[in-house]
Design a protein around this ligand. Structure first.
Ligand code: ZN
Ligand code: ZN
Length: 147
């Protein structure tokens, strides 16, 4: 396992412990698969992979694990691609901003807290509330941008 992945799992585990949440083996495994696939996985791909390892796993178990991870911002659902990605930040309570490349489907989570807080303030000033904690922006990634 790559160090960054095991680091991220340890961080998530600490995060859960601090918040009194149970980081069960299925939740860990789902998060690990998401960490191993930076472009994200669709729910059914994730289910297929889990089922390949644990034939007894049922769709609700996997979907509940995904719900847990997204609810606690350890992973995020990107509606545009209907994919789930692991959170790349230490932890956050504010929404995340995601740059989604229309060419390759690459997803980057912005880590600029100032931008996020400014966005929240601007939304509140306009009297609006976010529907999802994931804000998606279509933006061509450096690898797909013409030189
Ligand atoms: Zn995040
Ligand atoms: Zn791209």
């Amino acid at each position: 396992m790559a160090t960054s992945i095991s680091d991220a799992l340890q961080r998530a585990s600490r995060n859960c412990a601090e918040r009194g949440l149970a980081f069960t083996p299925i939740r860990q495994r789902v998060l690990q698969l998401l960490l191993e696939n930076p472009k994200g996985l669709k729910a059914y791909d994730l289910l297929a992979r889990i089922k390949a390892e644990q034939p007894s796993a049922t769709p609700p178990t996997v979907y509940r694990a995904l719900d847990f991870l997204t609810e606690h911002q350890l992973a995020h659902k990107i509606e545009r691609n209907a994919t789930f990605v692991a959170c790349t930040r230490d932890s956050h309570i504010e929404p995340g901003i995601f740059l989604v490349c229309p060419q390759c489907g690459g997803i980057t989570e912005l880590a600029d807290v100032g931008v996020l807080q400014a966005l929240c303030r601007a939304l509140a000033d306009a009297g609006h509330q976010l529907d999802n904690p994931e804000v998606e922006i279509g933006a061509t990634c450096p690898a797909c941008r013409p030189a």
